[in-house]
Design a protein around this ligand. Structure first.
Ligand SMILES: Cc1cc2nc3c(=O)[nH]c(=O)nc-3n(C[C@H](O)[C@H](O)[C@H](O)COP(=O)(O)OP(=O)(O)OC[C@H]3O[C@@H](n4cnc5c(N)ncnc54)[C@H](O)[C@@H]3O)c2cc1C
Length: 381
């Protein structure tokens, strides 16, 4: 069951669902391996202009809702987590420029981010930390007309694609967000990572060696980048979780199909064994709960509410549930669950990503606990 979507939102859902069924599912394996869409499917995907859904017309968008964008990301996740990952990177950066950037940054870059002309991402993590801004070592020093950056980052998605990054570096009294062009002097691409869950996704190290950022490429206020990081990550977490809710739905559907077709002494295992029914009931309930909360958090963004603690709760819920759902779905498949012939193993591996990317689960617990302790009670605003 879905929330009461508007006509436009329902159209987005139908359009993306059609694309997933017809174009993405037949090639999901190669997409996961390559870490990117390719050929005509990529062209079709780009022409759907999904990132334009949420952003205002003056920056090349169509002025729709964040819920609309989340619908698209969730539907895509049913086919492969890769397109959701790519769109999430560009969307959280566009959101940050829109909310914190100067008019120059907004008009110059948001339209190209929305049309996917430039790939983009966020660069926070370093070799010693992906969680603690106080441990960052990349520094920015003030120079005439701008800032000189030195340091390195690790595990950065889109750091080798020749695109743009919203990069966080230490300044005198805090962290500042900078807009970085990876083609500029002083930027060097380092080792590429290879992950168990999404193959050749462009991700890895980057080095900054006297990289100069002009003053007009600082995002928001100097030393106030932590707020941008927290809010941009909350947008990213919501988009990312949308893809993983889609992935969980697919795992559930595959488990149901298997339980209905695999027989034991002539009877489908789903009908015969209560243990299978228990799993299916649990999985279905979890998928339903994740769906409801996903759209609730997305609606909070549209309503201008403080969505940061809820995005952390959503991320924790989705990380835990996807882990259980994909594991249960694999167990229902028996030995076939481990076979490369079956899709469920791919989903199990992809599902691991949501536990770490955009902040480990314990970090979400810290955010959630601090929020409720500060408020003193559960707030259902
Ligand atoms: C596929 C992939 C893509 C990624 N893309 C990006 C990207 O584009 N940009 C980017 O900046 N990063 C990216 N990352 C990095 C990712 O965000 C970090 O790996 C993640 O935030 C965890 O950081 P860490 O690995 O340094 O763990 P650490 O911070 O070292 O944490 C290790 C463990 O200690 C726990 N821990 C740490 N601090 C606390 C605390 N205060 N309280 C309780 N427990 C704590 C954590 O929960 C975790 O279990 C990516 C990672 C992957 C795998």
């Amino acid at each position: 069951m879905d929330m009461a979507f508007t006509l436009e939102e329902s159209e987005i859902k139908n359009q993306v669902r059609k694309f997933v069924k017809k174009d993405l599912l037949p090639i999901y394996r190669e997409v996961d391996e390559k870490g990117d869409l390719f050929g005509d499917v990529k062209k079709k995907f780009q022409s759907m202009n999904l990132l334009k859904i949420y952003f205002p017309e003056e920056y090349g968008g169509v002025g729709g809702t964040f819920v609309g964008l989340i619908i698209a990301l969730k539907e895509l996740g049913y086919g492969s987590i890769i397109p959701t990952t790519l769109l999430t990177g560009n969307s959280l950066v566009a959101w940050s420029l829109y909310n914190y950037g100067s008019d120059f940054l907004k008009t110059t870059y948001i339209p190209d981010l929305l049309s996917l002309k430039i790939p983009a991402g966020i660069a926070f993590t370093e070799s010693d930390t992906g969680s603690d801004p106080k441990q960052l070592k990349t520094v920015a020093k003030k120079r005439a007309g701008g800032w000189l950056l030195n340091g390195s980052k690790k595990f950065i998605t889109n750091s080798g694609t020749g695109g743009y990054l919203m990069l966080f570096a230490l300044t005198d009294e805090g962290v500042t967000a900078f807009w970085i062009n990876s083609k500029h002097k002083g930027y060097k691409v380092g080792k590429r990572e290879s992950f168990i869950h999404c193959g050749a996704l462009d991700n890895g190290e980057l080095y900054l060696d006297d990289y100069f950022v002009p003053e007009d490429h600082v995002i928001g206020q100097v030393n106030k980048g932590f707020e941008i990081l927290v809010r941009a990550e909350a947008i990213g977490k919501t988009g990312f979780c949308a893809g993983y809710v889609g992935l969980a739905e697919r795992a559930l559907d595959l488990a149901v199909k298997y339980a209905n077709t695999r027989t034991h002494r002539g009877k489908p295992i789903g009908r015969k064994f209560q243990m299978i029914q228990v799993k299916l009931a649990r999985m279905t309930t979890r998928v339903a709960a994740m769906n409801s909360y996903l759209y609730q958090v997305a609606a909070m963004v549209d309503q201008g509410k403080n969505f940061v603690p809820d995005a952390a709760r959503l991320k924790l819920l989705v990380a835990e549930d996807v882990k259980e759902i994909t594991a249960d779905a694999m167990e229902i498949h028996g030995a076939y669950g481990l076979s490369d012939e079956y899709e469920i193993g791919t989903l199990f591996k992809a599902g691991i990503g949501v536990q770490v990317i955009m902040g480990a689960s314990d970090i979400q617990r810290v955010i959630i606990a601090n929020d409720i302790l500060a408020k003193g009670k559960y707030d259902t605003e």
